[in-house]
Structures are given as structure tokens and as C-alpha cells.
Write a protein that binds this ligand. Structure first.
Ligand code: T46
Length: 137
């Protein structure tokens, strides 16, 4: 069955005999303007991160090193994406609950976001998230 929530973007690897390079350009090979980048690393074994949704924020997640899994939930269905390659991005748009887990020790998770950090955009309570998704249906 086709995935409904998991939206991967495969990036072209510009390779030569020195190694590999990937270029990401806003509104070109990703579908939004980039206003912020951050990266998550040194995640301890067994840790789960995320566990929230965003009201408006769009983000692209890439494991530039290592691997992690990401549970996506739109209030109706849940799917688990695997990020394990620097040429594979996962697009997560607004109103999707996400939980990141199974981080390998070497995992560096790079996130490109279409807006600046704002705690007001977070929904950190799953019950509240479900109520808001039902209102939007
Ligand atoms: C998301 C997933 C994929 C900042 O000060 N600026 C920032 O841009 C971010 C993202 C976080 N912070 C602060 C807020 C907290 O004190 O850094 C601390 C850790 O943030 P948080 O617990 O929200 O991290 P994660 O890994 O649970 O979630 C993050 C993003 O917050 C979130 O938007 O979608 O990664």
C-alpha cells in the first residue's frame, strides 16, 4: 500500500573521484523557503525526541550521518519513516505529530525549516493535537 504521510525527497549526488556533494536550494529541490537550520546529534540510546506537531511549520529532515526512525501521525493514520542516507530527505508539513527514535550513535539529523523558532507553533499535547485535527476535517 502506498504511503500517505511519508514524503521522501531523493537528492541528486554530485559525485566525482574526490567524493560526494549534495546541494539543497530553497523552492528548487525542496518545496519551501529555508529560514532556519538546526541539527540533532549525540542522542543517547533509547531516547525518543519530538513528540509534538507544528501548527504551520514545514520541515525537511536528513540524516547526514547514521540512521533514525520517525513516526508520523495525522490523527487518523500512523506511518514510520526510516532515514538512513544523506541523499534522502523526509518532508514533514504542518499538523503532523512526529516522534524520532532508534537513533544510531553516529546519527546527525539535519533539519531545514521554513520559519524561525517559535514555541507558539508547537502542539506538545497529543490530546490537544487530536482535537485540533478533528476540527480541521
Ligand atoms: C521538530 C523535530 C524534528 C531552540 O532554541 N531553537 C530551535 O530552533 C529548536 C528546534 C529548538 N530550540 C530549543 C528548544 C529546547 O529547549 O532546543 C531545545 C530542544 O528542542 P526540542 O525539545 O523541541 O527538540 P526535539 O528534538 O524534540 O524536536 C526538534 C524540533 O524542536 C521540532 O521542531 O520537528 O526536532
Amino acid at each position: 500500500m502506498a504511503n500517505k504521510l511519508i514524503k521522501y525527497i531523493n537528492f541528486e549526488i554530485k559525485g566525482d573521484d574526490r567524493g560526494s556533494l549534495i546541494s539543497i536550494e530553497q523552492n528548487s529541490n525542496i518545496p519551501f523557503e529555508i529560514k532556519r537550520n538546526y541539527y540533532i546529534f549525540n542522542t543517547l540510546p533509547g531516547v525518543k525526541r519530538g513528540c509534538h506537531a507544528h501548527k504551520k511549520l514545514k520541515q525537511l529532515l536528513i540524516t547526514v550521518s547514521g540512521k533514525c526512525d520517525i513516526l508520523l501521525d495525522n490523527g487518523i493514520i500512523q506511518e514510520t519513516a526510516v532515514l538512513n542516507s544523506p541523499n534522502k530527505g523526509l518532508l514533514i508539513e504542518e499538523m503532523i505529530w512526529r516522534e524520532m527514535f532508534n537513533f544510531t550513535k553516529d546519527c546527525v539529523l539535519l533539519v531545514l525549516a521554513n520559519d524561525y523558532y517559535s514555541e507558539h507553533d508547537y502542539i506538545r499535547n497529543y490530546h490537544e493535537f487530536l482535537i485540533l485535527t478533528k476540527k480541521n476535517q
